[in-house]
Design a protein. Structure first.
Length: 496
């Protein structure tokens, strides 16, 4: 009996403490319930920019706020302030944190940003920041912020609480199902609500775009360009202007904070490219590394080497100011390190010298590609370059590939244009035309597309088999190494 009384007393003590906790926090932070600006300044020691102050104050009235902005203006920082303000001024409140690239955006950026401000606060804050959540000490099970995988709408449908805040970082990647699920959290009548979507704009479509157009009556919209913020260096803006081109979709999105217009001639939609950056694919069963190499033709251009592993573009590296032998040595070093199954090199111009030197060094996995030759489906594409670029476009639209977070690569891909020949074939603009528009040759894009495993429609050896060679000649040709290019015409006939 004594043991039972002791257990009852301990339980009652915990329950009383749980009741006292919100009262004590209310005494400490209650005055800030309708003043998030002062909360950020007094409690966190922050100094909000004018546009951040405006959005903070708008958060009091809510419930729907959408913010499109350029890169580096403090979106993640603002979300971390609002998360802490909401939790500490509303007893037993909850915050859902959404992001398409969940592990990167929530785990690597937003929650570490929250932890930074908790650490910087002039006085100790009663919260604990974990890898996927923020909890109020003493009420961890009922009073918290939680990271939620935005790709699964079922994960957010149960977000019900008396005081609920939903924060979406990089909201341009949210799909319509997730937005609908978030609207379902509004069913708790009389509850305190805030929904805040923040993002660098993507392409002119999708739920985030619709918020500023079709849903403009439901959402209060805010816009911040990079040049509106003292957090962004003017030199960074000028560098991006020079590197990407002022009219490029990436400059319009990342710097101006606007939705870029995508004309009929845009080959890769920015939304598809950014979707591929945030996409995680299952690793290939076996190591299927493929290289794509674009060799510089002029002094100011770069030689680029793209590495694919299955349908994942691992990255693109560049070198500048090297001659043929130096490029060959560089590529040979990368081959020895990564052991690719195939190395595709654009043999037009001095690329042929790199091909010859690598074969001379004993590398048998070299494919010399002449992108000016006929496509495997010449009725659809003007040449091989148009065909392999178009195949990457289709793979991006289907969500079949992933790309690295490389803004130079995205800028080049988003700058590629196409039109149609008089006979209706898809034709890419010439590289020198792209160079005139964006200020440099799209070397990274060319290397990436060359290495794309799904780009080369037909393998090289069936072309040899169809070329009318004897079995011994076929064997000798195969042993000599793959040689796509001017050795064959579109019907597979040897022409040299």
């Amino acid at each position: 009996m004594i043991r039972g009384l002791r257990t009852w007393a301990e339980t009652a003590k915990v329950q009383i403490a749980a009741l006292e906790l919100p009262l004590s926090l209310s005494d400490q932070f209650g005055d800030y319930r309708n003043d998030p600006v002062s909360f950020a300044q007094d409690v966190l020691g922050a100094h909000p920019e004018p546009y951040q102050r405006e959005i903070l104050q708008a958060s009091v009235g809510g419930p729907r706020i959408a913010w499109r902005a350029g890169h580096g203006v403090g979106k993640t920082t603002l979300l971390s302030w609002i998360l802490l303000w909401w939790l500490l001024t509303r007893p037993f409140s909850r915050v859902l944190i959404l992001a398409p690239a969940f592990e990167r955006q929530v785990g690597r950026y937003l929650l570490p940003e929250v932890k930074k401000w908790v650490r910087r606060a002039p006085d100790s804050l009663p919260v604990r920041v974990r890898s996927n959540s923020v909890e109020v000490k003493g009420a961890e099970r009922d009073w918290f912020a939680l990271g939620v995988q935005a790709s699964d709408s079922t994960m957010v449908e149960g977000g019900h609480a008396e005081s609920l805040c939903v924060l979406a970082d990089e909201a341009k990647g949210l799909n319509s199902e997730v937005i609908a699920a978030l609207h379902g959290t509004q069913t708790d009548a009389g509850g305190d609500r805030l929904y805040l979507l923040a993002s660098v704009p993507g392409g002119p479509s999708g739920p985030f775009y619709d918020v500023f157009h079709k849903g403009s009556r439901l959402w209060r919209g805010f816009h911040t360009a990079a040049h509106d913020s003292s957090l962004v260096s003017p030199s960074w803006i000028e560098e991006r202007r020079e590197e990407w081109g002022e009219g490029s979709p990436l400059f319009v999105s990342r710097v101006l904070g606007e939705f870029p217009e995508e004309s009929e001639g845009t080959l890769f939609r920015l939304s598809d490219l950014e979707g591929a950056v945030s996409r995680s694919l299952e690793p290939p069963v076996a190591d299927t590394v493929t290289f794509g190499v674009d060799v510089a033709r002029f002094g100011g251009d770069r030689s680029a080497l793209a590495t694919w592993n299955g349908d994942q573009l691992v990255g693109v590296i560049t070198r500048q100011g090297m001659d043929v032998m130096q490029v060959a040595s560089w590529v040979a070093s990368e081959i020895n390190e990564r052991k690719p199954k195939t190395v595709r090199i654009d043999e037009i111009g001095i690329g042929a010298g790199v091909v010859d030197r690598l074969r001379q060094l004993g590398h048998r996995n070299i494919e010399a590609v002449s992108v000016s030759r006929s496509a495997s489906k010449p009725e659809l594409h003007a040449n091989l370059r148009a065909e392999i670029f178009w195949k990457l476009r289709e793979a991006l639209e289907k969500g079949e590939v992933s790309l690295p977070k490389d803004e130079k690569l995205l800028a080049e891909l988003s700058a590629i244009r196409y039109d149609f020949t008089p006979s209706g074939q898809i034709r890419l603009e010439k590289k020198n035309e792209t160079k005139k528009r964006v200020g440099h040759s799209p070397d990274l894009a060319d290397a990436a597309v060359l290495g794309f495993p799904g780009g080369m429609g037909e393998p090289w050896f069936p072309m040899i088999a169809r070329a009318g060679l004897s079995p011994r000649e076929q064997r000798n040709r195969i042993l000599a190494g793959p040689h796509l290019g001017p050795a064959f015409n579109s019907s597979g006939t040897i022409i040299r």
